[in-house]
Design a protein around this ligand. Structure first.
Ligand SMILES: [Zn+2]
Length: 371
């Protein structure tokens, strides 16, 4: 057994204690059951700690604190004896089916390679994903890739929000749609495709257009991470709405998108300050003090379409999924309350909004007392 397993007494072997102080474990079957002497109550206390919520190290610390005559080594050996007798199982291991453990075996190795948190069970990160609920607002280029990665990674519940239908111009970058989906609601097509990828994920959707922070608040209150990949009415506006909504509900949130070859992702923990709108206000101020500019305006109206392909959209979406999983599992423990940028032209990161200090008159966090 790994040092990070979480021992739990098998239900069929649950112990009983008699009035005279004796303890029996392993049920009543001869050859399995065994009596334990427990003069000072420490054995019964140890058995109570074997409920699958603690590592062996945590159990030993807890017991030695209450029974100073015992040593950490004695407690570890006692757990080892119970395990050798077959009374224990790994709670982390049994929370996933054999099929899921096979399915996510590479993810487990990935988490193990990246995770340096002491005392974690081998499946902790995967279980955290399984228990998490994520909402994706906007199933476009970024949202498709993010939803696909989160579904394949085994997030427990995923709710997709989008009011649009699939158009021909989406097909160069929106991974969940095929030519057969043209004219279908994006949410319907996305959910059908995602279900084919992973039947263990509870997938839901709603065809709504986000028109203010109240809608995002209703979505945020029911999830662990809100992912905003929509760009309507503008990226700045919907992200500000998400900031307001998640500040009110205490929900972690992520935004991601692309501007030509520039890809960016931002992740924010609930209630932190400086917040997204602090950075936005600082940026608006920085622009306002630049020397006045005149934009080139040709006589004929120009065609204005978004510059995007499968690579820029996919990169933004996969970064977004990475950020969401970081907020859920802590693997890797990305610094939050900031944005990360990557240029596909130089293949290097570039400067994005830095949230170093609160903007004095921030419309969202400016009136908070906390710091
Ligand atoms: Zn703020």
């Amino acid at each position: 057994m790994s040092a990070m397993w979480r021992p739990r007494i098998k239900f069929e072997h649950r112990p009983v204690r008699y009035a005279d102080g004796r303890v029996r474990i392993g049920g009543s079957a001869p050859g399995i059951a065994r009596g334990l002497r427990d003069p000072d109550g420490s054995v019964w206390a140890l058995l109570a700690l074997l409920d699958g919520s603690r590592t062996v190290g945590q159990i030993a610390d807890d017991l030695v604190r209450r029974f100073p005559d015992r040593t950490l080594r004695e407690v570890r050996e006692a757990v080892g004896d119970l395990d050798a007798a077959g009374y224990l199982e790994d709670a982390a291991e049994t929370a996933l089916s054999a099929f899921e453990r096979e399915r996510y075996s590479r993810s487990r190795a990935y988490f193990r390679a990246s995770d340096r948190t002491p005392g974690r069970s081998r499946w902790d990160a995967q279980l955290q994903l399984k228990q998490a609920r994520v909402v994706v607002v906007g199933v476009g280029g970024t949202g498709c890739a993010a939803a696909l990665a989160l579904t394949m990674s085994g997030v427990g519940q995923l709710h997709c929000v989008d009011a649009d239908v699939v158009e021909v111009s989406n097909l160069n970058r929106q991974f969940l749609f095929t030519e057969q989906d043209l004219g279908r609601a994006k949410v319907d097509a996305a959910l059908d495709r995602l279900r084919l990828h992973n039947s263990h994920v509870e997938l839901t959707g709603s065809k709504e257009r986000i028109e203010g922070p109240e809608q995002l608040r209703a979505l945020a209150v029911a999830c662990d991470v809100l992912l905003v990949t929509a760009d309507q009415p503008s990226t700045g506006e919907i992200r500000s709405w998400a900031n307001q909504a998640c500040r009110a509900t205490g929900t972690a949130w992520v935004h991601s998108g692309y501007d030509g070859p520039r890809v960016s992702v931002g992740l924010f923990r609930p209630g932190s300050t400086p917040c997204y709108d602090c950075a936005r206000a600082a940026e608006a101020h920085r622009r306002s003090v630049l020397s006045p500019r005149t934009a080139w305006a040709p006589g004929e109206p120009m065609e204005r379409v978004q510059a995007a392909n499968a690579v820029s959209a996919g990169t933004a979406g996969f970064y977004a999924a990475h950020a969401v999983m970081s907020l859920i599992t802590g693997v890797p423990d990305l610094a939050a309350d900031r944005e990360y940028g990557m240029s596909l032209t130089t293949m290097r990161d570039y400067d994005t909004l830095q949230l170093e200090q609160r903007w004095p008159d921030c419309p969202v966090c400016g009136h908070d007392d906390g710091g």
